[in-house]
Every structure is written in structure tokens, then in C-alpha cells.
Design a protein around this ligand. Structure first.
Ligand code: DGI
Ligand code: FE
Ligand code: FE
Ligand code: FE
Length: 187
């Protein structure tokens, strides 16, 4: 699927702000793919569809997890996690994208997972550092992403977990597992 067609499909599912974010993630993902030798076309496609389910009905997504998503534990960690695995499902069944690597990059873009693929890291990071993002600590992650993909992912996870804990929000265990796996490998 070409870029124009993919953007045209995703657009009606997003707000204007979220569409701008998506274009930012797309451009950043292509840049990161180039830098770290990931598949640029897959990075582009996964980026375009990564937030496809961001505005889907939460009840509908909870029901989908119950019926069709393997990991049901996400239901205990807040609604924000739903749009990633549900997005992968909808993108497969509504848009017809069958590429497992692309679907996994969408599926794990919010939480990460241990042993992420190169493409999954590219999408996870692009989502975090795209030019429209301005949360605290993002510049440090941008800087790291110029040279060290894993260090950049670790720092993004650190920031996210700290952010969640500051607000007394639950931290999904797989997010911590992702952090642990990368830190062990880094040593
Ligand atoms: O969809 P985006 O806003 O572009 O970004 P995202 O898919 O990374 O979602 C960010 C949201 O997900 C933010 O509200 C924090 C939340 N989040 C990320 N990791 C975790 C998490 N929430 C919980 N409960 N646990 C996590 O590990
Ligand atoms: Fe998202
Ligand atoms: Fe993210
Ligand atoms: Fe996003």
C-alpha cells in the first residue's frame, strides 16, 4: 500500500491533532529506519496505522480483548493500553494488512515487549520523539536516538514509568520487563 492511500484510510479515524502526530511518527520512523537499517516501507506503514484505534469506543475494545486478544491482563492497567493491541487487530481485519511484523509494531507501540524487533523499536521510539512531542525528557531521548537505539528506548521507558508512578498510575508489568531485558543486554 502506498503512503498516500494509507494516510487516506487512517485520516477519518483520527482528530486533526492525532493525524498531525501520525505524520510526525511516519517521518520520524522512516528516518530511524534509514539510520538503523530497518525496513523503511514497513516502518512507514506501521507508523501510519499505529494509532488507528486511538478513538475507538473503550467498551468495544474491552470486549474485543475478551474475545480475540491473547493477553487479557492489559485490561487491568488502564484504558490507554487498549488501542495498541486492538489497533493491530482492526488494522488486520478492517484494512487488510497481514504483515505480522507491521502488526506487531502496532501491537507493542505503547508498552514495548521483551526482545522487541528492530522495527518495533523504531515505531516505539518514533511515537515518543516525533517533532510534535514536547514532554519532559524528550530531548534526551531524541539525542540518544541519533546513535543508540536501545539506550533511547530505555530512556523513553524510564521517562514513561516515572511519569506513571508520579501520578500513582499502574505500570503494566511487560513495560518493566521490556526495560529489564534491554538493561541486562546493555551491560
Ligand atoms: O497513543 P499515543 O498518545 O501517541 O502514545 P502511546 O501509545 O505511547 O500511549 C501513551 C499513553 O499510554 C500514556 O497515557 C501513558 C500510557 N502508558 C504507556 N505505558 C504504560 C501506560 N499506561 C500504563 N498503565 N502502563 C504502562 O506501562
Ligand atoms: Fe498510541
Ligand atoms: Fe509511546
Ligand atoms: Fe502515537
Amino acid at each position: 500500500m502506498d503512503q498516500k492511500k494509507a494516510l487516506q484510510i487512517v485520516k477519518p479515524h483520527l482528530t486533526e491533532h492525532r493525524y498531525t502526530h501520525t505524520v510526525g511518527v511516519m517521518n520520524t520512523a522512516i528516518e530511524l529506519a534509514e539510520r538503523f537499517q530497518a525496513d523503511k516501507k514497513k516502518a512507514e506503514l506501521a507508523a501510519i496505522f499505529h494509532d488507528y484505534a486511538k478513538f475507538r469506543d473503550k467498551q468495544e475494545m474491552c470486549a474485543l480483548v475478551e474475545s480475540s486478544i491473547e493477553d487479557k491482563t492489559i485490561l487491568g492497567y488502564g484504558d490507554e493500553l487498549l488501542h495498541a493491541p486492538c489497533g493491530a487487530y482492526y488494522v488486520e481485519h478492517e484494512v487488510g494488512i497481514k504483515d505480522e511484523e507491521v502488526l506487531n509494531a502496532i501491537r507493542y507501540h505503547t508498552t514495548g515487549r521483551p526482545n522487541m524487533t528492530l522495527l518495533e523499536k523504531v515505531i516505539f521510539l518514533a511515537d515518543y520523539i516525533e517533532p510534535g512531542r514536547q514532554f519532559k525528557g524528550v530531548d534526551e531521548v531524541r539525542k540518544l536516538s541519533e546513535t543508540n537505539l536501545d539506550e533511547a528506548v530505555i530512556q523513553a521507558l524510564d521517562n514513561t514509568v516515572s511519569f506513571l508512578m508520579k501520578r500513582r498510575q499502574l505500570v503494566y508489568p511487560e513495560t518493566i520487563a521490556t526495560y529489564n531485558e534491554l538493561v541486562v543486554k546493555q551491560k
